[in-house]
Design a protein around this ligand. Structure first.
Ligand code: ADP
Length: 746
């Protein structure tokens, strides 16, 4: 594997340019910072190109060598500190000649561009004309033949910074998650005022050609209707929309929210305006209807935890690539496929992305949807079902599915429960809510959940049904079995963490002796530790991570006027996910994890590094994030005392244990979307098993960008039962990136 460290021999002195272009997006700074610092780590010299391609054409101060400190303090900032610009000059031959001349005279022939499809098209044009541009420059006497020979190719890589999430072939692009956070905050606020006044709201969100923001918001905000560019509504849609809103009201909803993507059109290609939607609803329903156009707030504010760690990872990969590539192969775009970074050929990615609006124009909606990928199609299908409160299937056999939470609280448990209830009702089941985990189940504490009863649970933190960590003992199984039988529950959705899985495994192991336990069961992973088998992410881990990162931001600010060290302690039991990802996204210089342990030798090297960094590089702050169980004897307090002692008066040290606020708060958009998709898959699985009589027990997960069901026994086999975590933790390798981008070489 190529790492910046392994490149030191060849990369020393190599010059790399980085620029941000097109529309700004939160997380661009994290990407720039990672490119700059990865280059420095490898011994290369990074250059920030100011104001996008304009800086290339202008040259001079537009192309600046960047040092470690130039990329300091920007991780938590929205926008892009190196500027972005829609450069017309660069789109001309002369502009590109100037750009190539400026680069070659500075000795730069490696470039990382962070921008949308326009910017990446520009990069492709520039790279493909590089040879002829340099020939012209030699012919015009603007560069020498030696210079031309020294830079035969432009070695380049692209990262997609775009809140639209429109790049075909990758999952989330940089900035989308933060935009969803901004929209979600607004929708949650609007939902409460709308409910108080029984009002309708039409909310317009960004997305000229791509409806991802609109669709995700409609699902995660529990909205009523959505208008997307990819799925222009059929003629007469106004009536269908009003009928749907009426049905929701009759079913008991107090607020109605219609989400409109900025680029939504009719099938004839006519733009649909928010005002048209508003006046239609007001006239048809006779209800006061308001419009909110969210506009640029969607691009603003601090980047979410996801946009920080994912953009950091992408920037690291792009820099490593341009430092090691020869330029003979076509330049890639780096993006995510689920939880993995992938490279897609730039030219194909841009061509596919640009073909979507054409397909929509030509009425080829299925093809346009196919290019948007599985998640988009899934969300569109689920939204259609969730937004219509009318039971679509009869339930003559009175099939009853129970819902139960087990384990520690995780934001998003309510979202999963509500989704299960609404989808269950729509699919013809009676849904039964079991209170307080296995204890409540044994006691028969359960109630039928109606559509109206769970309305509004989507955005609520906590768990309305209650949750308990209790894992049943064998002697409690008789009561549990009897309870299930007497309530007529024929299938079970268990939403929770490790103890949910352990409890279900026990039920499965012992089921031959208890008829009531011989039912299909699906575990839905919900737990802030992100330590569950069969999934890369569990519901609630993203909300907790955002709490950690928010605390880090505040701690950093509190320390900005002094010489200070901080040791922050996160939850996670024996799983270091929150500590490592929090440290990566928050810019911590060190993380202490249970997985990697803490040694005296390691601590000694931290202390030496810190003293040297303070004495020779003017460092004034040091942050370590410690997972609560990183090492029994090296507690957070002990580490702080050791840091103080070893600092020899250079700084003072403070600690912060973040504690239970990590479990509180509202689920983030990512948690809600995950909860919705996983619960949909769980309900589909249970319905299928009920129809065939299959009584197997599964857990559902999101893995390799797919929703998968795994046999519970198989899934548990791939875990460390004692440590309560999977054997393979995909995020553990990111420690190397943290060391590279958060810890200056001194
Ligand atoms: P985005 O990158 O967000 O899609 P734009 O489409 O506005 O935004 O592109 C940003 C910039 O990229 C343009 O202002 C221009 O400088 C450059 N660019 C876009 N397309 C081309 C092209 N075909 N050739 C050269 N440069 C281009």
């Amino acid at each position: 594997m190529v790492t910046p460290e392994s490149l030191r021999d060849t990369a020393t002195g190599v010059k790399v340019g980085v620029l941000t272009s097109g529309g700004d997006a939160q997380g661009m700074n994290a990407a720039v910072r990672a490119v700059v610092r990865t280059c420095l780590f490898a011994g290369a010299q990074p250059y920030a190109i100011m104001e996008g391609y304009q800086g290339l054409t202008v040259g001079g101060a537009g192309i600046r060598p960047f040092a470690w400190d130039d990329a300091s303090g920007i991780l938590n900032r929205g926008g892009t500190v190196i500027g972005t610009f829609r450069s017309r000059d660069f789109q001309t031959r002369e502009g590109m000649l100037k750009a190539a001349c400026n680069l070659v005279t500075q000795g730069i022939d490696r470039l990382v561009v962070i921008g949308g499809d326009g910017s990446l098209t520009g990069l492709d044009e520039f790279a493909s004309h590089w040879g002829s541009l340099l020939d012209d420059l030699v012919a015009q006497g603007r560069i020498t033949d030696d210079q031309r020979q020294a830079h035969p190719r432009l070695i380049h890589a692209g990262l997609v910074g775009s809140i639209d999430n429109d790049l075909v072939g990758t999952s989330l692009t940089v900035g989308v998650d933060s935009a969803l956070h901004r929209i979600q905050e607004a929708i949650d606020a609007i939902a409460s005022t709308a409910a108080s006044h029984q009002r309708c709201f039409v909310v317009e969100v960004m997305g000229r050609n791509c409806g991802y923001l609109a669709l995700s918001t409609a699902v995660s905000g529990g909205c009523d209707y959505v208008l997307l560019p990819e799925l222009p509504p059929e003629d007469g849609w106004e009536q269908a929309m009003c009928d749907q809103l009426r049905r929701s009201r009759l079913a008991g909803r107090k607020d109605s929210i219609v989400i409109l993507a900025e680029g939504a059109t009719t099938r004839a290609g006519e733009p649909i305006s928010a005002e048209h939607v508003r006046s239609t609803i007001e006239t048809e329903l006779g209800e006061e209807t308001r419009v909110t156009i969210l506009g640029h707030v969607q691009r603003g504010g601090t980047p979410s935890a996801y946009d920080r760690w994912s953009a950091t990872w992408l920037g690291y990969e792009a820099a490593t690539y341009v430092l090691s590539a020869t330029g003979e192969e076509p330049g890639p775009v780096f993006g995510f496929h689920g939880e993995q970074v992938i490279q897609v050929p730039l030219v194909r990615a841009v061509a596919d992305t640009r073909s979507v609006p054409q397909l929509i124009k030509a009425g080829k909606y299925d093809q346009a949807m196919a290019l948007r990928g599985e998640e988009f199609a899934d969300l569109a299908r689920i939204f259609q079902e969730l937004s219509d409160p009318v039971r679509t299937q009869a339930n003559p056999a009175d099939l009853r599915i129970g819902i139960i939470h087990v384990g520690a609280l995780a934001p998003g448990m309510n979202t999963a429960a509500k989704t299960a209830v609404w989808l269950g009702i729509s699919r013809g089941f009676t849904m039964v809510g079991i209170r307080d985990g296995f204890l409540g189940l044994a006691a028969g504490d359960m109630t039928e959940l109606t559509w109206k009863a769970v309305d509004g649970w989507n955005q609520e933190g906590g768990a309305v049904l209650g949750t308990r960590r209790h894992v049943p003992k064998v002697e409690e199984l008789y009561a549990i079995s009897r309870s299930l039988e007497s309530a007529g529950i024929q299938a079970l959705v268990v939403i929770g963490g490790w103890n949910a899985y352990a409890g279900v495994q026990l039920l499965n192991d012992e089921r031959s002796r208890y008829p009531g336990l011989q039912i299909p069961i699906v575990c839905v992973p919900a737990g802030i530790d992100n330590n569950l088998p069969g999934t890369s992410m569990s519901i609630g881990a993203d909300a907790a991570l955002n709490v950690v990162v928010d605390c880090i931001d505040k701690v950093k600010m509190s320390a900005s006027a002094t010489q200070r060290c901080f040791v922050i302690e996160t939850m996670g039991r024996d799983c270091g996910y929150l500590a490592l990802m929090g440290g990566l996204a928050g810019g911590a210089e060190q993380v202490y994890l249970h997985e990697t342990g803490i040694t005296l030798q390691g601590l000694q090297s931290d202390f030496d590094w810190l003293r040297s960094s303070i004495d020779t590089h003017g460092r004034s702050f040091f942050l370590a994030v410690r997972n609560v169980r990183a090492k029994a004897n090296y507690t957070t307090k002990v580490l702080a005392h050791m840091l103080d002692e070893e600092g020899r008066g250079r700084y003072d040290t403070r600690t912060l244990t973040i504690g239970h606020i990590q479990q509180g708060g509202a689920p983030t958009p990512a948690d809600r979307l995950l909860a919705t998709r996983l619960t949909d898959a769980a309900m589909t699985q249970l319905a299928s098993q009920l129809s065939t009589g299959d009584r197997a027990v599964h857990c559902v997960g999101w893995y390799d960008n797919e929703i998968r069901l795994t046999d519970i026994t198989e899934a548990m086999k791939s875990t460390d039962r004692k440590r309560q975590r999977p054997n393979d933790q995909w995020w553990l390798g990111l420690k190397g990136i943290l060391d590279c981008v958060n810890r200056e070489v001194v």
